[in-house]
Design a protein around this ligand. Structure first.
Ligand code: PEP
Length: 254
């Protein structure tokens, strides 16, 4: 059975004091939920990574990840951060293929495949983001687009390596827009993704893969989305920046 997860993508938000305050509020509020076997992942910006790892050491349910990594081991890539640097600070996850990186930084499918390999080599869990644009959905090619992203960007992995990854389905038109996929749209796409994974690998791999929903998820709609049979939690952007709303979302996990 797939692990239920709530992840918070802080994007390029929060200065030092704000980041520290948010973490201490989240860890404080989660103390009430001590008995629950939750998995939470925080994705701060690189500069806060080491400090956030330290602040979360007291709660093994909270993991920390980076929002990106470079596709090379090391070298003359000014301004870039390697998977091994991320790992050396105690972070254990990395977002790969977020639509903002695909769009604003022109990250190609080929580059993303290399980043996934690099993350796995350093024992980081890739949270691999896929999603269709509004145009693709309106042209009814959204299923083809998702199948294409999976098959060309991540299906080069062996079943054993694929099992180490988390998939985040994030319809691009729902990210930061206030528009959320309807429960029907989310469930049908998550079921489709799981079916494709089953076809490529096995029932076991498909059932064990966590498939998160992302796109304007908040504390008002999380419970309904998380109750869908093929949704294993969420990747949360805007609503992860406020401790109360983020913790309410975490508490919405079934
Ligand atoms: C995201 O950035 O992954 C995301 C889902 O953002 P938001 O929740 O703000 O739509």
């Amino acid at each position: 059975m797939a692990r239920k997860i709530v992840a918070g993508n802080w994007k390029m938000n929060l200065n030092r004091d704000e980041a520290f305050a948010l973490v201490s509020e989240i860890t404080g509020m989660l103390k009430d939920e001590e008995s629950r076997n939750l998995k939470v992942i925080l994705f701060p910006s690189f500069v806060h990574l080491g400090a956030v790892v330290q602040l979360c050491l007291g709660d093994a349910r909270i993991h920390v990840g980076a929002q990106n990594c470079n596709d090379h081991v090391a070298g003359a890539y000014t301004g870039e951060i390697s998977a091994s640097m991320i790992q050396s600070y105690g972070a254990n996850h990395v977002l790969i293929g977020h639509s903002e990186r695909r769009l604003y930084f022109k990250e190609s499918g080929d580059l993303l495949s290399h980043k996934i390999n690099m993350a796995l080599q350093q024992s980081l869990t890739p949270v691999f983001c896929i999603g269709e644009s509004l145009e693709e959905r309106n042209s009814s090619i959204h299923f083809n687009r998702i199948e294409q992203q999976l098959s060309t960007e991540i299906f080069h992995l062996s079943g054993d390596d694929f099992k180490k990854c988390i998939i985040a389905y994030e319809p691009v038109w729902a990210i930061g827009t206030g528009l959320t996929a309807s429960p029907e749209q989310a469930q049908e796409m998550h079921a489709f993704i799981r079916a494709i994974i089953r076809k490529k690998y096995s029932i076991e791999v498909a059932e064990e893969t966590s498939i998160l929903y992302g796109g304007s998820c908040n504390d008002q709609n999380a419970a309904q989305i998380f109750s869908l049979p093929d949704v294993d939690g969420g990747l949360i952007g805007g609503a992860s920046l406020k401790s109360r709303s983020f913790v309410n979302i975490i508490k919405s996990l079934p």
